[in-house]
Design a protein around this ligand. Structure first.
Ligand code: 0O2
Ligand code: 0O2
Length: 223
């Protein structure tokens, strides 16, 4: 029996649309309060029927099992500035009442052999349709800008090589993954050092700034 793709994908399209608005809304709320947002930006996509069929064939997934076995038909990506922000985003997601986390895959602490790093959560998300409520699975990938930079480029190169990188390229990609990891670590340290310095000097600078009118130039990152 052929799948009616439009009917099948509709709830996923709705899910991605709703989640993009909700997750971008979190960023807006932080910004309004002049607080550092753990979310930098959000993207989302629905897997195409061609990619679904390809993955089904690759993994031997039967038609009746796609909704359960293919967890990233609805895919959201949350980009963050610092590695620590990943935990803050996870906390935010865990406390929400409109979704339920069902799986977590931590490829940040457990980097993939390719060099890929990201934190994946699979959620159950209920969508209201005119035919009633339907719960679908969606995958949210949480990653820093450096992880995203690496994964985006590796993914596009992968496409060219159809997943079969020559050994030399594989090695160089592993090296760049290590550089991205070091970049994240160095950025984390810089942030910590600046925060520490601010804690030490802030009372004085505030006193100095009093009446001068420039006491409000602290970056939102450190509020
Ligand atoms: P703005 O004003 O750019 O912040 P849509 O749902 O129509 O808004 P669409 O077409 O589905 O977006 O695209 P997608 O791929 O889901 O998301 C694109 C959003 O991610 C856009 O933001 C891009 O600006 C943002 N984006 C993509 N790459 C980067 C990046 O490297 N840095 C930053 N800061 N943002 C990026 P918006 O929400 O459309 O609005
Ligand atoms: P897309 O939509 O093109 O990104 P598997 O799919 O076999 O790797 P699993 O358990 O289904 O494994 O899912 P997993 O590993 O939690 O997440 C798979 C998704 O993570 C991939 O989606 C990629 O988006 C991302 N990913 C995983 N490994 C890599 C990697 O080595 N490089 C890059 N760039 N991304 C990776 P898809 O299905 O490949 O499709």
């Amino acid at each position: 029996m052929a799948i009616d793709w439009e009917e099948f994908l509709d709830p996923y399209i709705q899910t991605v649309g709703e989640l993009k608005i909700k997750l971008r809304g979190i960023r807006k709320q932080f910004r309004k309060q002049n607080r550092h947002s753990p979310i930098e930006f959000v993207t989302g996509r629905v897997k195409s029927s061609e990619s679904i069929l390809e993955k089904m064939a690759l993994r031997g997934i039967k038609e009746e099992n796609i909704a359960q076995d293919l967890q990233d038909i609805a895919g959201l990506r949350i980009m963050v500035q610092f590695v620590d922000d990943v935990d803050d985003v996870l906390e935010l997601l865990r406390h929400r009442h409109d979704m339920k986390i069902v799986y977590e895959r931590d490829y940040i602490r457990n980097m993939k052999a390719s060099g890929y790093r990201s934190y994946h959560v699979v959620i159950e998300y209920p969508v209201d349709t005119i035919d009633g409520q339907k719960t679908v699975l969606a995958e949210i990938q949480i990653r820093t800008l450096a992880m995203n930079f690496w994964a985006t480029i590796e993914h596009s190169l992968n496409y060219k090589y159809k997943g079969e990188f020559p050994d030399e390229i594989k090695k160089r990609l592993e090296t760049t993954a290590k550089i991205a990891l070091e970049l994240d670590e160095e950025m984390r340290k810089i942030k910590e050092d600046i925060q520490e310095a601010q804690l030490l000097f802030d009372p004085v600078s505030r006193t100095l700034n009093d009446g001068v009118g420039n006491s409000d130039d602290t970056d939102e990152l450190f509020r």
